[in-house]
Design a protein around this ligand. Structure first.
Ligand code: HEC
Length: 174
């Protein structure tokens, strides 16, 4: 059988088209170009930064009347490894916390504070304690209190009430 030039060109075009569409089909079957739900790296960074920001904006003080010191005592388990609470209790990794509400910041005798903490100045008001406990390293940049913070404002409210109870004359609520 002999083919004319036109037929040869036609055939080769047809075959080329076939090859292209078959290879297209195969490659799309092999490689799934699935869309990622979210870009891997940037989202992780954003997700890490965001909660801290939110915590700082949320205020536990408004929740004090809906909370109680007993719940705070339970939550204080997280703090116990570093802090004693009884009057005259020894300093551990962190200073004793008897009478901490209203006390001058960084003022427990015999405890070596970081300059981050002593540099804050003033006393421990409820609102400063709230901010500090939400994100210690944000409120006192460079503090040696290695504690991530209490994210939930309602939990902080309970801890604040517990700290308030560590006194023979608890400070009035804000
Ligand atoms: C890993 C140990 C550790 C844990 C856990 C910890 N703290 Fe501390 N805390 C410290 C250290 C250390 C300091 C002193 C910080 C500095 O000098 O920068 C401190 C300081 C403080 C201060 C300031 C006291 C002052 O005299 O000015 C308060 C209030 C406080 N912590 C409360 C808490 C509470 C409440 C918790 C639990 C929710 C907690 N801490 C958990 C180690 C810890």
């Amino acid at each position: 059988m002999r083919f004319s030039m036109l037929e040869k060109v036609g055939f080769s075009l047809l075959i080329t088209a076939c090859i292209i569409s078959v290879s297209n089909f195969i490659s799309s079957a092999l490689v799934h170009a699935e869309k990622l739900e979210s870009p891997v790296y940037p989202t992780k960074i954003v997700a890490k930064a965001a909660p801290e920001q939110q915590v700082a904006d949320e205020n536990a003080l408004a929740m004090l009347s809906d909370s109680d010191a007993k719940k705070g005592l339970k939550l204080f388990k997280k703090c116990k490894s570093c802090h004693t609470v009884e009057e005259g209790g020894k300093n551990k990794v962190g200073p004793n916390l008897w009478n901490v509400v209203g006390r001058a910041k960084g003022s427990v005798a015999g405890f070596t504070y970081s300059s981050a903490l002593t540099g804050l100045g003033g006393g421990w008001s409820y609102s400063d304690l709230d901010e500090f406990l939400a994100a210690p390293k944000t409120f006192a940049k460079g503090t040696k209190m290695s504690f991530a913070g209490i994210k939930k404002a309602s939990d902080r409210a309970a801890v604040l009430l517990y700290l308030r109870s560590l006194s023979s004359s608890p400070k009035p609520l804000p």
